[in-house]
Design a protein around this ligand. Structure first.
Ligand SMILES: *[C@@H]1O[C@H](CO)[C@@H](O)[C@H](O)[C@H]1NC(C)=O
Ligand SMILES: *[C@@H]1O[C@H](CO)[C@@H](O)[C@H](O)[C@H]1NC(C)=O
Ligand SMILES: *[C@@H]1O[C@H](CO)[C@@H](O)[C@H](O)[C@H]1NC(C)=O
Ligand SMILES: *[C@@H]1O[C@H](CO)[C@@H](O)[C@H](O)[C@H]1NC(C)=O
Ligand SMILES: *[C@@H]1O[C@H](CO)[C@@H](O)[C@H](O)[C@H]1NC(C)=O
Ligand SMILES: *[C@@H]1O[C@H](CO)[C@@H](O)[C@H](O)[C@H]1NC(C)=O
Ligand SMILES: *[C@@H]1O[C@H](CO)[C@@H](O)[C@H](O)[C@H]1NC(C)=O
Ligand SMILES: *[C@@H]1O[C@H](CO)[C@@H](O)[C@H](O)[C@H]1NC(C)=O
Length: 249
């Protein structure tokens, strides 16, 4: 199990204002999703006067056709949006790399309109481990649904035997990667570790130890271990300078 910390940072807030100069919406500009979990984006209504709302919806930068409207029952699959009078929310039901984007909450009222943007990023997906004996003297170790991309290094205790292996990484439609590596094993070396190395984060995410038995089969020695050290670089700073309108306005 991996613990991913979500940081919410308020830095600078901008937004479209009403004709009287009042800001309509307020949101935290950055949000980090936890892999495979629900993410809730929220824009609070800050207008002091009652608004006569014409339309409210969410959209996103990479997909200008994306629209989640709380009054519609024909919204994009995997998303739910809601409006309570005080806030506009967008639920991302299962967070994957495909959901990384800049999201906009938009409000159009009789006298004014406004929008706020939220830059949504994703923590790590440590993936699912599997193993296979692909041939005589060959063992394969795989991590499926990993994010961001990585490679696999092999160790026989202190000895790095990665040069006798070949790694493959395939991208899934949700943006995660299936990473697998085949090692040519040596008869006198029955035990190995296969370690998933995250290219972006520059550290090992998981280790799996194997023991090859005399019959050529093999078995995992210990359960997969996950390293919890989170780099401080999860703190992302973003600045928003200009007044912005909704993408589709
Ligand atoms: C929006 O309102 C909720 C509930 O009152 C609050 O927890 C949250 O901090 C508010 N968001 C912003 C950006 O102020
Ligand atoms: C939307 O908000 C209403 C009122 O607060 C609540 O009853 C409902 O459960 C919410 N729906 C979702 C999908 O969050
Ligand atoms: C294991 O490897 C063999 C030989 O390459 C292959 O036929 C089989 O589909 C693999 N099994 C799994 C579960 O990947
Ligand atoms: C595998 O890694 C674990 C922990 O890092 C270590 O204790 C063990 O000796 C390693 N085993 C092999 C065969 O490299
Ligand atoms: C790679 O395999 C060859 C042949 O089995 C062996 O001689 C060599 O020492 C291995 N290299 C490493 C780094 O384990
Ligand atoms: C192990 O070897 C691979 C390539 O053979 C290299 O990329 C990697 O950095 C090495 N890892 C360590 C911990 O020495
Ligand atoms: C990744 O692995 C999963 C589970 O084994 C599989 O269903 C999927 O097709 C694989 N993706 C690719 C791109 O091969
Ligand atoms: C959004 O956040 C990511 C990660 O924190 C960062 O790399 C990217 O530059 C940000 N994009 C914008 C438009 O602020």
């Amino acid at each position: 199990m991996i613990v991913i910390v979500t940081f919410l940072i308020v830095l600078l807030i901008s937004g479209k204002v009403t004709t009287s100069g009042e800001k309509l919406l307020d949101a935290f500009p950055d949000q980090t999703m936890t892999c495979n979990e629900r993410t809730v984006l929220q824009c609070n209504i800050t207008a002091s006067k009652q608004l006569t709302i014409v339309e409210i919806y969410w959209t996103k930068k990479a997909e200008p056709d994306f629209k989640c409207d709380p009054t519609s029952n024909n919204n994009p699959p995997g998303f739910e949006c809601n409006f309570t009078g005080e806030a506009l929310t967008l639920n991302i039901l299962q967070s994957t790399p495909a959901n990384i984007d800049t999201y906009y909450c938009c409000i159009m009222a009789a006298s004014a309109h406004g929008s706020e943007k939220i830059n949504v990023s994703l923590g790590e997906c440590s993936g699912e481990f599997s193993q296979n004996m692909t041939g005589p003297g060959e063992m394969e170790c795989s991590f499926n649904s990993v994010y961001p991309d990585g490679i696999i290094n092999w160790f026989h205790y202190d000895e790095n035997v990665t040069s006798n292996s070949s790694v493959t990484s395939l991208k899934n439609s949700d943006g995660t990667f299936n990473i697998s590596s085949i090692l040519n094993i040596q008869d006198n070396k029955p035990r190995y570790n296969c370690s998933l190395w995250s290219l972006k984060n520059g550290r090992y995410l998981k280790d799996q130890e194997f023991e090859v038995d005399a019959g050529g089969g093999f078995s995992p020695v210990s359960r997969t271990s996950t390293q919890h050290c989170l780099s401080g670089t999860l703190l992302f700073l973003a600045m928003m300078f200009s007044l912005r309108t909704c993408l589709s306005l």
